[in-house]
Design a protein around this ligand. Structure first.
Ligand SMILES: [Zn+2]
Length: 115
């Protein structure tokens, strides 16, 4: 299972906006459905020390709103398709693509640069 998490701070991220963002950065064959996005609420202590700078600002101590995109492996022939991410598209950019599981990450279809 692959999980991508969107932090919304004290406001819940919009599922429609997050879906558009994911769809624009995901290989065309991979459909991102609204039902695949799940809302959750967390509190600072649950998120660990890495989150402390994020929860220390205005409204400190309040809940943190999240959206999860869960993508389960899909059976293709004898194998399973997993979701991979490529972070070589510039600061803050990422591309997602499905591929069969392999010992080495498959090439990204967006940049086609061998890993
Ligand atoms: Zn890439």
């Amino acid at each position: 299972m692959s999980t991508v998490i969107f932090l919304g701070g004290h406001r819940r991220p919009s599922p429609a906006v997050v879906r558009r963002y994911l769809q624009s950065r995901t290989e065309g064959s991979e459909r991102v459905q609204l039902r695949d996005l799940r809302a959750a609420t967390r509190h600072g202590p649950e998120l660990g020390p890495e989150a402390e700078p994020m929860v220390g600002g205005p409204g400190a101590g309040g809940p943190i709103r999240l959206l999860y995109w869960r993508r389960y492996p899909r059976k293709i022939g004898r194998g399973h398709s997993f979701l991979y991410a490529c972070f070589r598209h510039g600061a803050g950019e990422v591309r997602f693509y499905p591929a069969l599981k392999s010992p080495r990450a498959p090439d990204c279809p967006f940049c086609r640069i061998p890993r």
